[in-house]
Design a protein around this ligand. Structure first.
Ligand SMILES: N[C@@H](CCC(=O)N[C@@H](CS)C(=O)NCC(=O)O)C(=O)O
Length: 217
């Protein structure tokens, strides 16, 4: 039986790859595993029926037989363990790729999200303009080091892995800002991820949910 994931019925970015079901869709496409999607409303996400799957009332979730998972890092690690293609066979290379999964979610994503959330919910606060450069600097501090590590390599550690999949989706959150503009190798890295056929299929599938629906009011 195919796994089932949950995704937004209505998404703030209208299906342009930022909602985190995109990560799971992309991983499933990379390994060639067909999947079903159950769309959930913001209200339904907070109901007990969904919280059984996701204690924090969010998407995505992943159901496969009697297994239910939440957290994209865990879901992608699970998919990568079930199928070849997302983590190397060599034990040390595999451990390093897993390290990059954690780095994407624990080291790079938090300052990007802090900045994004501040711009959404703190914009009208008196201190927002003063705080914004601090948030920008925190993102830059991470991007400088990431860019320096990547250098002119295609991927973070040898062949494309789940670490790259997560890192590309995290960096894509910056696409509406100019913060990444100073790092041409990171821009090229994100573009390489987006050019993968599996990414394109996942993106098209997520977008299709919204192009068939009227926009949120
Ligand atoms: N750390 C979680 C974050 C999940 C998350 O933030 N999901 C967002 C969509 S991308 C969500 O459901 N937001 C609605 C909410 O929190 O109410 C993961 O990686 O799965």
């Amino acid at each position: 039986m195919n796994p089932t994931i949950t995704a937004f019925e209505r998404s703030p970015d209208r299906g342009r790859g930022l909602a985190r079901d995109m990560r799971v869709r992309w991983a499933l496409e990379e390994v060639g595993q067909p999947y079903e999607v159950r769309l959930v409303s913001f209200r339904a996400m907070k109901e007990p029926a969904h919280r059984v799957l996701h204690p924090f009332g969010q998407i995505p979730t992943y159901e496969e037989g009697d297994l239910a998972l939440f957290e994209t890092g865990s879901i992608i690690f699970h998919i990568a363990g079930r199928h070849p293609g997302l983590l190397p066979d060599d034990a040390n290379a595999r451990a390093r790729a897993i390290t990059w999964m954690f780095a994407a979610l624990n080291t790079i994503e938090p300052p990007i999200l802090d900045r994004e959330i501040a711009s959404l919910v703190e914009r009208d606060k008196s201190w927002y303009e003063e705080r914004r450069p601090i948030l920008d600097d925190r993102v830059h501090a991470r991007l400088v080091d990431l860019s320096s590590h990547l250098g002119d390599a295609d991927w973070l550690d040898g062949a494309f892995s789940a670490g790259d999949l997560l890192m590309v989706t995290v960096l894509r959150r910056l696409s509406s800002s100019s913060l990444i503009d100073s790092y041409p190798n990171l821009i090229a890295y994100v573009a390489r991820g987006e050019a993968r056929p599996a990414y394109k299929r996942a993106f098209a599938a997520q977008l299709a949910v919204f192009t068939k629906m009227p926009p949120t009011g």
